[in-house]
Design a protein around this ligand. Structure first.
Ligand code: NAI
Ligand code: MG
Length: 361
């Protein structure tokens, strides 16, 4: 099988880290372990400069035709003053919307060589490997009514509404169980059924989806506030953690602090299954880092880790994903550090050196 990848490098350090992921893709194709057909297109400020819009219809069509999209980062001071719908970020939002990406995956991986950079003690995080599956298109951020009204006595009242349909919960649960089967086969589902009706339905639907289709996967229900505590007390107890938009926002930030630098964090956004493949976009959590752009200093690991996620979750190439993650682990264990993870006074390598070292490993 030849997998079709669309690479959208974007702006700032986006193209710099994208260059390193291209080296890895080329290595896989050369080695015969996995074959890729890679297309590249513009997104964000780069597309605005060339075409006047942050994402062309042609680029969107290519994204829909691809087996996976690898996205760098968009934005920068150059485009900060243009109207919102023409801003670089609108390109990413359009992709999310038109690809129907409703599941956001945020892994928290703690490489042993970097365990001392964690907010927690080494023994609690060394070897940590969990992934938080956050529902991205529903819940309290979007529910109606959503308003601030002035009451008769002149004081104000604010309303946000949390809404979930059984269908929305069912599809995010299926994503979590499918992922768990490609990992350690364990899912924890976090909600607050003790105080929220959406929590009651969430627990009920996750339980039913599990009983009907995923009996082989271990399932645990946990209250979201307890889950926050457990993530800090003993994060390694989890494998896949599935939760709603609001709790997922908070819990994935907590988990990110367990692992260290922004330059290390990959992510994925998954959508509906069409023609047998699930729509998917993989990207580093970080932005375009204008403060270091153009200097060859960016850490490419978040971007390369995003490819590893694509190998595992879009293509089911679990051995190739293990190999790539192992190469990152060994490169770090050998002492290589980009500036963001080097610590004060320590020697640091540039973007290309880090990428080359990972390819060698
Ligand atoms: P940022 O993530 O770009 O940078 C925050 C800090 O982390 C900076 O000091 C930067 O140098 C550092 N950093 C980020 N990635 C790094 C890497 N790979 N290696 C080493 N250091 C790294 O966030 P910021 O500064 O808030 O935003 C800059 C621009 O990026 C803005 O235009 C923002 O809108 C955009 N942005 C885009 C995102 C996307 O494309 N998905 C996400 C977040 C921000
Ligand atoms: Mg990004």
């Amino acid at each position: 099988t030849t997998y079709k990848l669309l690479l959208l490098p974007g702006d700032g350090i986006g193209p710099e880290v994208a260059r390193e992921v291209e080296k890895v893709v080329a290595w896989f194709t050369r080695s015969g372990l996995a074959a890729f057909e890679t297309e590249t297109d513009l997104v964000g400020g780069a597309a605005i400069d060339a075409h006047g819009v942050p994402l062309t219809e042609a680029a969107l069509d290519r994204a829909k035709a691809a087996d996976a999209v690898l996205f760098g980062a968009v934005g920068g001071p150059k485009w900060a003053t243009v109207p919102y719908t023409k801003r670089p970020e609108a390109g990413l939002l359009r992709l999310r919307k038109d690809l129907g990406l409703f599941a956001n995956l945020r892994p928290a991986i703690c490489y042993p060589a970097l365990a001392d950079a964690s907010a927690l003690k080494r023994e609690l995080v060394e070897g940590l490997d969990i992934v938080i599956v956050r529902e991205l298109t529903g819940g309290v951020y979007f529910g109606e009514p959503k308003e601030i009204v002035t009451l008769e006595d002149g004081t104000k009242r604010a309303v946000d509404t949390q809404v979930y349909t059984a269908g929305e919960i069912e599809r995010i649960a299926a994503v979590a169980f499918d992922l768990a089967r490609k990992r350690r086969n364990k899912v924890a589902s976090a909600e607050k059924h003790n105080v929220m009706k959406t929590g009651v339905l969430w627990k009920e639907v996750v339980t039913r989806v599990h009983a009907e289709r995923y009996r082989d996967v271990e399932l645990e229900h946990v209250l979201a506030d307890n889950c926050a505590m457990q993530l800090v007390r003993n994060p390694k107890q989890y494998d896949v953690l599935v939760t709603d938009n609001l709790f997922g926002d908070i819990l994935s930030d907590v988990a990110a602090m367990l692992t260290g630098s922004l330059g290390m964090l990959p992510s994925a956004s998954l959508g509906a299954v069409e023609n047998g493949t699930r729509r998917a976009l993989y990207e580093p959590v970080h932005g375009s880092a204008p403060d270091i752009a153009g200097q060859g200093l960016a850490n490419p690991i978040a971007m390369i880790g995003s490819l590893a996620m694509a190998l595992r979750y879009s293509f089911g190439l679990l051995d190739a994903a293990d190999l790539l993650e192992g190469a990152i682990t060994r490169t770090l264990a050998a002492g290589l550090r980009t500036r963001d993870i080097a610590g004060p006074g320590a020697n640091a390598v540039g973007t290309a050196e880090m990428g080359d070292a990972i390819v060698r490993e």
